[in-house]
Unconditional design. Sequence first.
Length: 213
Amino acid sequence: MFYSLQGEGARSGRAAVFCRFSKCNLWTGREQDRKAAVCNFCDTDIVGTDGQNGGIFTGALALVDAVTALWPDNAGGKPYVICTGGEPALQLDEELISCFHDSGFEVGIETNGTLPLPNGLDWICVSPKGSAQVVVEHCNELKLVYPQALAPPERFQNLSAENYFLSPMASPNVADSALDAFKQENTRKALEYCLVHPQWRLTLQMHKLLGID
């Protein structure tokens, strides 16, 4: 868990506590399994609970207390928590969402969209991966890593979303992937696609460009 600015999409620049859940249904997170994974370009550590402010929490209230402790005292604006992963839909439930709401938080999720979502979420960002079937029917934001041979934008253009974004794919093997040549080329491709298909907007990983979490 960490406090930072949202770096991508429609809410780019907004302060939030990021609550990263371990495990994913599209990849084990282990390098020996990457080649066979549906999401084989993942650049996130999703194994274990030893990340920043990580741990195993005894219940919803304990997790909410830990998130609340990261929100600045006397801060203006609505407190905001983003449940990300891994795949947070494997663990996130209505009890936890309700506890966040009771503590004054707005609750967002970043999900691959392959699992049903609990009720009560305030902001849903779906990021489809490869051939995986998306079951979420409506979202506030569709953020597609581009290009993906098995997940072209045309496959999702009729999915009910308030915002459609392309996020250039980076290489998971480059330490500073925000500036690697692979991503630069994919940024050019995404830019060109957005110009021809203005339903889609380009989003960049500003947090990586700025060197923040």
